[in-house]
Every structure is written in C-alpha cells, then in structure tokens.
Design a protein around this ligand. Sequence first.
Ligand code: 5AD
Ligand code: SF4
Length: 519
Amino acid sequence: MNEQQRKEMGSIQQPEQDKTAKDKPLKEKTTEDFAKYFETTYQPPSLKSAKKRGKEDVSVHYDFEIPEDLKGLGNGKKFLIRTYGCQMNEHDTEVMAGILTDMGYESTSDQKEADIILLNTCAIRENAENKVFGEIGHLKSLKREKPDLLLGVCGCMSQEESVVNRILQKHQFIDLIFGTHNIHRLPYLVKEALFGKEMVVEVWSKEGDIVENLPRERKGNIKAWVNIMYGCDKFCTYCIVPYTRGKERSRLPEDIIQEVRQLAAQGYKEVTLLGQNVNAYGKDFEDMTYGLGDLMNEIHKIDIPRVRFTTSHPRDFDDRLIEVLAQGGNLLDHIHLPVQSGSSDVLKIMARKYTRERYLELVDKIRTAMPNATLTTDIIVGFPNETEEQFQETLTLVEEVGFEGAYTFIYSPREGTPAAKMQDNVPMEVKKERLQRLNAVINHQSAQAMKKYEDEIVHVLVEGESKNNPDVLAGHTDKNKLVNFRGPKSIIGQIVPVRVTKAKTWSLDGEMIEAVEVK
Ligand code: 5AD
Ligand code: SF4
C-alpha cells in the first residue's frame, strides 16, 4: 500500500465480531451497534497471536468524532489519569484527557473529587506492574466510599492476558479495562461502564489503524510530544513492547509535519518526536524510500527552536539521518541511543541485531558528523546467564563511548517473551551489585560532563518553577541538562542565556545573564 492509499477515508476500525457496526462510519453507529458488540467481543489479549502478525496494510483515518449524546456525559464531572512508564504513555494520557474534556469532563489532581480515575499502565518491568497493583489496592477503599466512581485500567498492562485475568478474578470493583489500541473508543467505553452492570473489557490483540484527528489536552504549552510511529517489530528477546504496542505503523509525513507546524504556530518551543523505535520510521511504507532522515530534514525547516526524537535503535540508525542531523539548527545533537549491553554475545541473545563493534562504529560516525554530540543510553544488567566478563564489557563500553547519562535496569522476566523461558544462573544479589557498579560509573561520567559547563554560558528553555523550590526557575539546555537558576517568572517559556555557577552530578546551578530570548 502506498502513502496515498493509506489515507483511506473509511470508518475507524471497529470490533471485528460486530460486522454491522464495522461497516458503518463511526458517527453513524447506534448505541445498539455498540451494545451488540459488547455482548460478543471480549477475547483475552494473546501474546502468541501478536507474534504471528503479518505485514497487513494499515489505514489512516480522519473521522474520529464523539457522538452528540456522549458529549455531555461528563458535564459537571471530573477525571484524573495516573500515568506510569514512558513518554508514549504520557502522550496517550494527553489524548485520553482530550477525549474526556470533549465529553464535558474537567481535569482534577485530587482523587477525592474525581468521578473517573484511569490508570495508564506500564508493563516493561515487574516493579512497574507491582506499583499499579498497589494503586489498584488503594483505590478499593475510595470506590467503597464512592460507589459511583468509575475506575479504569488501560495502557500496556491491559494488553497482557495474565493482568486482565487477575483483575477479572481479584479486583472486580474495577469498572473498565481497555487496551492501547482502543483509546479512540473511550467515549463508548465510558458510556458502557456508566450504564452497564458488568466490568467493561475491550482489549484488541491486533493493533488498530492510525486515527489522526484525536483531540489532545497537552500538558503545558512549551514542550510537546508528537507521535511519528506506533509499535515495534524488533522483538528483542526480553521486551514486552512489541506485544503490548503492536506492529510498527508510521504516521504519514504530511500529518506529522502539519502537527509540528501547528505547534510552532501556537508558540511551542520544543517538540519530541516519539516512537518505540523511531529509526524504523517509514519502513512500513510500501516503497520504503522515505525514512526518519527525510522527515527530520523537513521538520528542520519549520520555525520551532528545538526538535528531539526518542527512542532510537542502533540497528536502524542510518547515514541519511546522521547527515541530516549534522545540519544542526533546531535538530539537537543530544542522542539517546540504547545499547542494552556491551557484550556482543549478550547482544546476540537479546536479538539486538548489532555487535559491540557495530555500535562503536555508529558512535564514531555520529561523532565525526557531530563532534559535540552528547550520547545517553539504556542498559540492562543481569540478563540471563550474563557473566562477570560480559558485564565488564558493558562497563568498558560505557567508558569508551563516554555516555553522559543512562537509564539502567536489572533484567526483569516478562511472561510470553523468549528470554523469560531462559534458565538464569545469575543470583539477584549479583545483579543488584552489578547495577550499583554500573551506576557508579554513569554518575561519575555525568558529573565529569557537567563540570565542563562551569563558567560557561548555556541556553536554557525555561520550563517553570523548580520542583524543590518555587523561587528558582528550571529548564533544560539543548543537550538536555537540567539547569536551576533565579529569574523572573515572566521568562517561563523562553530560551535565555544562563551562566553556569556550579555543576552537580545530574544538574547545573546558574545565574541569569539577561532576560532576553536567545531565539
Ligand atoms: N527488563 C529490564 N529492562 C527492560 N527494558 C525493556 N525490557 C526490559 C526488561 N524485561 C529496558 C530497556 C529499554 C527500556 C525502555 O527499558 O533498556 O530500552
Ligand atoms: Fe523493546 Fe525497544 Fe527492542 Fe522494540 S526495540 S523490542 S521497544 S527494547
């Protein structure tokens, strides 16, 4: 399917089993269509079928609409969405907040006054899931006090069969479970949960199409997230994401460019292009000739001061992208490039599809084209059977590359992934100790990198008051370093020059030079 064919104007994908409803555009569906659907549709999410998916075509839809009778459903009521996990989830929360706002709901941060609470969950590691189950436990007493409160679980955990079963069996006070491919169905799901007697469960194992015109209530008006693609086809052996987020689907370039243009016109100063593996952008287009480099090249021309992207996969990071990034301008030279391990043997079992040497070659290429580029990464320690020598290869790689920051994790087995079936001879104590040793190196390198900024002038996008002190302003440099300094609140939202007075391990203290915008 070529890009034009993708732009199908037909109806948004609807529940498979409901043929009558499926054939109608969304706005023509009746409540009966949906009621019929709810009688027939529930199938638990299946990791097995996710892995078998093919490269079927994806359609793009522009016909999302909230029916009139559902628009007032939230009048006089409040919603709260608690978000766990990555930026993709944060951004999904903005979409759900947009939908609920259009239904008449108002946002609140006080759970006591909420009429609907959604937990937008993360499945990447076991402790993320434990946090959510802890929160579900806490919400039980709130629900007892306020039986009309509507409680929903969505996001990545709801794509897991075991999680849905556990909620169905042990947490029956939950009103609603829906998956990552069902977000555009929220108005109908809320209605069903409000008026039906049963727990509403709608989780599609198969990914939905791309729905373009969903409303969004963005958090703040300075930085914005922009999805460029959804899903992941890499199937790294430890990772649940390809199952919970479905196959790779790229948004059309013109839709992305239009969104970035609009954000620029609204005065946003920074956009972060989002995807689980942004370097695979365009690989699902039929001709496969348009990639992330081409997209960035067009975004480069838009008048918005800062453009970032996350997350990259080293395997798909191509020369075209490097060449485009090297133009600089609004394309920032901080690159988050998850390596996961420094050992080629471990990388092989992780199915990362690159070696230590290939990764280092890529870093070299990036540094040659962008001599000032800073690199950060993600690392997993304690992968099944990781030896001390293999772990040390990770330490030496971290030093060799000179990462200025890293998200570091102890491997967490995820049910349904190939790694979860591997025998593991590394005791938890050893994994914890490796994590500490790795963090010590990363902290040291971050502190060293920060030191270089002392007495230098950096350009800070002022995002607001510091979390710890309302008299201090906080923002990030183009290299994503956090800077705290005193200044007038009137400069919030501007990029201003700041002299660094003190470097800490993870942030810089500074003083404002002048309250003038840099660009
Ligand atoms: N265990 C530990 N860390 C994981 N990550 C992904 N899956 C797992 C897992 N099963 C880490 C990777 C990835 C980041 C988002 O989370 O480092 O890059
Ligand atoms: Fe998971 Fe990232 Fe690998 Fe995709 S590329 S499977 S999201 S770690």
